[in-house]
Every structure is written in structure tokens, then in C-alpha cells.
Design a protein around this ligand. Structure first.
Ligand SMILES: *[C@@H]1O[C@H](CO)[C@@H](O)[C@H](O)[C@H]1NC(C)=O
Ligand SMILES: *[C@@H]1O[C@H](CO)[C@@H](O)[C@H](O)[C@H]1NC(C)=O
Ligand SMILES: *[C@@H]1O[C@H](CO)[C@@H](O)[C@H](O)[C@H]1NC(C)=O
Length: 430
């Protein structure tokens, strides 16, 4: 503990400088910003950073629950500032790496001797990768528009393999891990620039934004600061890893919240409450995911939700289901407003009477002309996590993760404000 906090203080004082102009100016950004776009063919949320020396753009799929940034080091990784993390170094401790490796194919990025490694995974596969550091550059922000590009000279990441890119959006070279760990992108940026350990994610059906650091988080056209009107709920630590691959004893880097029930039109749905809490094996509970395109529910929860929803929407004809959804409707009889189709509200009930209310824009998915489906999917019996809140339910909602206070702030639908996650004022990076 003492070692890693010393390391953070050390990095905060040394690792920041401006990329341009070339003279080094001590400019300390208050926050950083990344643009997000949704890839239509995979439903993944994609961002872009610049990395290496010389800097090259790297497109990354956003993985809210992953412990670190990883990029493919096997193809075209050329950088004069690449440095692998040596076993037992402060970097390896910070990464909680439990593996020290030898590589016969190098030396080259991703393949060096006496370096520590981490398990990393993409959508379907997992492997082990060398922990390393290199330059990363992103835009700063005052919360109102994007500003100067700033860089971190020794940004920790994991070297992935080309096969991990299978199933990721076209052009993507890795994943942006925003998870609950000391080496996730939010933790490293906060340490490098000494700003609050907070970040915010605002996904859109086309474009969105990620902020590292505290608000303001302003959105056009009215420049409302969304950080001022959030509802808070505690973030829960799951002590057992929920990653596809992990070392024994690793805690989960996913963000869990304490959903205690689900209501439809404010009427509680009868659920098996045991599934809503996290048991000693780390199973159960509710997490938030940017890699699940739709919210995934354990079978009994899914069935109860669909049954209750259908009961609350009388008079709207059901039509044959379109996979992966189980309940689809003829949308001709449904009225539309700014917040999407007028359907029963779905509430995720949280501690202290807080409610995450899901309106039509986030609950329904248009699968074809005149057909709207309830945008939740059946996760089967005994999934690791009972409720995985997925991308469609997050769109045009701003979520702020406060890592120091271990709480989540959520805005509910920005369409009421009225704005969207696409409305951050990105100006071109000079
Ligand atoms: C690592 O060490 C082994 C011998 O232990 C050697 O064969 C190999 O070439 C070395 N690899 C690198 C990348 O230096
Ligand atoms: C966006 O930000 C730029 C730079 O701060 C500013 O000049 C411009 O007026 C802003 N655009 C809007 C629509 O407010
Ligand atoms: C509720 O879920 C738990 C955990 O899966 C299970 O052991 C229990 O049998 C379930 N209870 C009912 C009434 O189905």
C-alpha cells in the first residue's frame, strides 16, 4: 500500500508535460476528454487515443470493467519510448501482477525477459500480456469544450496479441479499460495530473464522451453542467474477480451497484432476492457493462420482467420475437415523445429509495419498421452476475464514477434536459 501510493505521488510530479507547442509549459489540466462513437456492426463503443513515440492514433473498444488499457503489440507497434515493466518493480506491484515471464521471440514490444504480465481478455478470448509503459496523449478540457492535447510519458498498459482483436469493431487495436483498479485509465490519469479520482461516461447511439476528472460536464445547446444534478448510489466491491480470466484472489474490477428490486410502472416485480446480492463466490448482484449491448438478466429475473411488462402494456399487439429479444410489439399503437416510445417505465430500485428509471428510449429497441422489442436479453440460469446493465440502457445517460468515495452518480435520461451525450462541444485538436 505504502509503495503504491508513493509511486503515485512520484508520477504526479514527473509525468506530465505538453505535447505541443514543443517548449514544455507546466500546464496542468483539470480534466481530460475522449470522444466516443458507436460501431454499428458490433454495437461496441469505440474511442481513440494517441500513443507511442512518434504518436499514432489507436482506436479502442471501451471496456468499463477491465483493469487496464491493452493494445495489440504484435502488429506495427513501433515506439522509441516503449518500456516493459521489470518483475518486482513499482509498476508490477501497482498492476498486482502475479506473473514474471521469459520470452523467446524477442526482444520486442510484448516480448521481453524478466517482465511481469497480466491476464487480459476481449469479447471471447483471454491471454497473458506483458505489462509496459509508453506515452499516451489525449485532449484536456475545462468541462465546456475540448482543449489542448496533453500527454503522460509513462502510461501503464498491457501488451495484447492480434488474435484478441477478433470480434472487436473494425479498425480497433485494443480496449480502453476503465475498471476498478490502480492501473485503469481513470486511475492513471488522476494520478498523473493530480485530479480527483472521478470519471464520467456518456454513451450515445452515435456519439458520446468520456471525461476523466471532475465536472463541470457541460452539454450544448444550453451548456447545462450535468455533474450538478446527479443521483448517487454506492458502488459495491465484489471481492471475487468477474473477469473472463483472473488470478485466484483477485477482486473484481467491474462496477457493481446494489439493485434491490425492479418495478414496472412503479409496481414491484416479484424476484428471487438472493440473486440480487453478491455471494461468497462473487456470483450474483448487478454490474454495469459497456461491452454488453443490452441488459442481460438471469433467466428467472428476465421472465418475471417480460411477464410484468406485457401485463402493463395492454392493447399493444405482440408480434413474433426477433432474436436476441423475447418480447416484441407492433409499434403502430405506441405513442412517441422526446424520450422515445411511450411504454411502461422500468425502475431499478436502489438503496435509500433511489431509483434508476428507464424510459422508452432506453428500454425499447427498434428492430424493423413498426416493430419495437423490449431491449433486455436472457442471460441463462446461473450466470456469474445476475443483472448486467448494458449499453442500450446507458445511452444518453451520464454516469459519474467517484472512485475515492466509491459512489456512482447517474443523471437519468439527458433527453429530458434536453440534450444528448453527442452534444459535448468537441473542437478540433490543433
Ligand atoms: C530470454 O532469455 C532466454 C534464456 O533464458 C533467451 O533464450 C531468450 O533469447 C531471451 N529473450 C529475450 C527476449 O531476450
Ligand atoms: C465550442 O467551443 C469553442 C471553443 O471554446 C467555442 O469557440 C465555441 O463557441 C463553442 N461552440 C458552441 C456552440 O458553444
Ligand atoms: C433463489 O436463487 C438462489 C440462488 O440461485 C437459489 O439457490 C434458490 O433456490 C432460489 N430460490 C427460489 C425460491 O427459486
Amino acid at each position: 500500500m505504502a509503495v503504491s501510493s508513493n509511486f503515485l505521488v512520484f508520477s504526479a510530479s514527473l509525468l506530465f508535460f505538453m505535447v505541443s507547442p514543443s517548449i514544455q509549459v507546466s500546464f496542468r489540466p483539470k480534466a481530460l476528454v475522449l470522444p466516443v462513437s458507436k460501431d454499428a456492426s458490433t454495437n461496441q463503443y469505440v474511442t481513440q487515443i494517441k500513443q507511442r513515440t512518434p504518436l499514432v492514433p489507436a482506436k479502442l473498444t471501451i471496456d468499463l470493467g477491465a483493469q487496464s488499457l491493452w493494445v495489440d503489440c504484435e502488429q506495427n507497434y513501433v515506439s522509441s519510448t516503449y518500456k516493459p515493466a521489470h518483475c518486482n518493480s513499482a509498476q508490477c506491484n501497482l498492476a498486482r501482477s502475479k506473473a514474471c515471464g521469459t520470452c523467446f521471440d524477442g526482444p520486442k514490444p510484448g516480448c521481453n525477459n524478466n517482465t511481469c504480465s497480466l491476464l487480459l481478455s476481449s469479447t471471447m478470448v483471454a491471454t497473458i500480456g506483458e505489462v509496459a509503459q509508453d506515452v499516451v496523449a489525449v485532449q484536456s478540457t475545462d468541462g465546456k469544450s475540448s482543449g489542448k492535447v496533453v500527454s503522460v510519458s509513462k502510461f501503464l498498459f498491457t501488451c495484447g496479441s492480434t488474435f484478441l482483436l477478433d470480434g472487436l469493431a473494425s479498425g480497433v487495436k485494443g480496449m480502453a479499460g476503465l475498471g476498478r483498479s490502480k492501473i485503469s485509465m481513470p486511475s492513471l490519469f488522476s494520478a498523473a495530473f493530480s485530479f480527483p479520482r472521478k470519471f464520467a461516461v456518456c454513451l450515445g447511439s452515435s456519439n458520446g464522451v468520456i471525461f476523466f476528472g471532475d465536472g463541470p460536464y457541460n452539454f450544448l445547446p444550453f451548456n447545462f453542467d450535468i455533474s450538478k444534478s446527479l443521483i448517487y448510489t454506492p458502488l459495491i466491491l465484489n471481492p471475487v474477480s468477474t473477469a473472463p480470466a483472473s488470478f485466484e484472489g483477485d477482486p473484481s474490477s467491474d462496477y457493481f451497484i446494489g439493485v434491490t428490486g425492479i418495478s414496472i410502472n412503479e409496481k414491484p416485480v416479484a424476484l428471487n432476492k438472493t440473486l440480487l446480492s453478491i455471494n461468497e463466490e462473487g456470483h450474483g448482484g448487478t454490474k454495469i457493462s459497456t461491452v454488453a449491448p443490452y441488459t442481460v438478466l438471469e433467466t428467472s429475473i428476465y421472465r418475471a420482467l417480460v411477464r410484468a411488462f406485457i401485463k402493463e402494456i395492454p392493447g399493444i399487439p405482440r408480434v413474433p420475437a426477433v432474436a436476441p429479444f423475447g418480447a416484441c410489439f407492433n409499434s403502430k399503437g405506441i405513442r412517441f415523445s422526446r424520450i422515445g416510445p411511450g411504454v411502461p417505465t422500468i425502475d431499478l430500485v436502489l438503496p435509500n429509495k433511489a431509483v434508476w428509471r428507464i424510459f422508452g428510449f432506453n428500454s425499447m429497441v427498434r428492430v424493423k419498421e413498426d416493430v419495437l422489442c423490449l431491449g433486455f436479453v436472457d442471460g441463462g440460469l446461473e450466470p456469474t452476475t445476475s443483472i448486467v446493465i448494458g449499453g442500450h440502457q446507458l445511452e444518453d445517460n451520464l454516469l459519474q464514477f467517484d472512485l475515492a468515495a466509491s459512489k456512482l452518480g447517474f443523471s437519468s435520461s439527458l433527453l429530458f434536459r434536453p440534450t444528448t451525450c453527442a452534444n459535448f462541444n468537441f473542437t478540433s485538436a490543433a
